[in-house]
Design a protein around this ligand. Structure first.
Ligand code: PAF
Length: 282
């Protein structure tokens, strides 16, 4: 699998593929690849003759400079992992390539309302950074389809909305979260957990499962369910930011007539901020 670092190289290859009539699938990542990313690439492979992966730790989506500095970077290891992944091309730009006129003064993409909820309320500017970099990457790669993990469910909805609003003509697909055997959602941030914290982390998934069972048993007091979930996570020594029952399609507060719900959690465990979510089809 070939690696390019410059947009001009990427464009030249994409143009050749397009000229040959080949469809392109795209998997954007921030690297530190794990089985969850490989599942996205395998799904991309099913949809297109060509699969492009990007690795770019996007400074614009970090609202905390220390978090950006500490984010795991392992390009050499990632390239080795990708060799057997089924991908065709890795695009691994640096910040000047993505933000040639500087990040601070460059154009930004806002997705109002959806981006202010949940994680957006706790990480100001985060989703502006995500929407902006994904729009830039979509413009460079010009994919027919792009695959995102449902672990970042709010991100998935925001990217889909951004792509629709800007008429980018990219089919934005979500893939189910890949989990460890004990239910913990795979994430690059799991490596911040100590062994003892790692042992406690699956309480997030267990809490979501209990809440899902209660919703399926027709409990409709969403505020009480959210409060119970917060208490369960505090009791396990986590510091939850939110436990939320929302409408799946737009993450707004549901009412009992809504059948497609999403349960979402963000919680700190030690120095790791973990997120997870579950679909609930009542
Ligand atoms: O989910 C991620 O890894 C990032 O937010 C993304 C979509 C690659 C944008 O930087």
């Amino acid at each position: 699998m070939r690696t390019v670092h410059r947009a001009v190289e990427l464009r030249a290859i994409i143009q050749q593929w397009r000229a040959a009539g080949e469809a392109i699938a795209f998997v954007p990542t921030m690297g530190d690849l794990h089985a969850g990313h490989l599942a996205l690439i395998a799904e991309a492979r099913r949809h297109a003759a060509r699969v492009v992966i990007s690795i770019f730790v996007n400074p614009l989506q970090f609202n905390d400079a220390a978090d950006f500095a500490a984010y795991p970077r392992s390009l050499e290891r990632d390239v080795a992992v990708l060799a057997a992944s089924g991908g065709d091309l890795l695009f691994a730009p640096d910040a000047r390539e993505i933000y040639p006129h500087g990040m601070e003064t460059g154009t930004r993409i806002e997705v109002p309302v959806l981006a202010q909820e949940l994680c957006g309320a706790f990480r100001p500017g985060h989703f502006t950074g995500v929407a902006t970099v994904v729009a830039i990457l979509f413009n460079l790669v010009r994919p027919d389809i792009a695959i995102f993990g449902e672990k970042d469910y709010q991100q998935l909805l925001i990217v889909r909305r951004m792509s629709e609003d800007l008429r980018l003509d990219v089919d934005v697909r979500g893939m189910p979260t890949v989990r460890e055997a004990d239910g913990l959602a795979m994430s690059s941030r799991n490596r911040y957990l100590s062994a003892e914290e790692r042992g406690r982390a699956p309480v997030i998934y267990r809490t979501l499962e209990i809440l899902r069972a209660r919703l399926l048993a027709s409990e409709e007091n969403y505020a009480a369910l959210e409060a119970w979930g917060m208490a369960a996570l505090f009791a396990a020594g986590l510091r939850p930011e939110y436990v939320a029952v929302r409408r799946a399609q737009d993450l707004q507060a549901p009412n009992p007539a809504d059948r497609q719900l999403r349960l979402l959690v963000a919680a700190w465990l030690g120095s790791a901020r973990l997120i997870d979510n579950l679909a609930v089809d009542c």
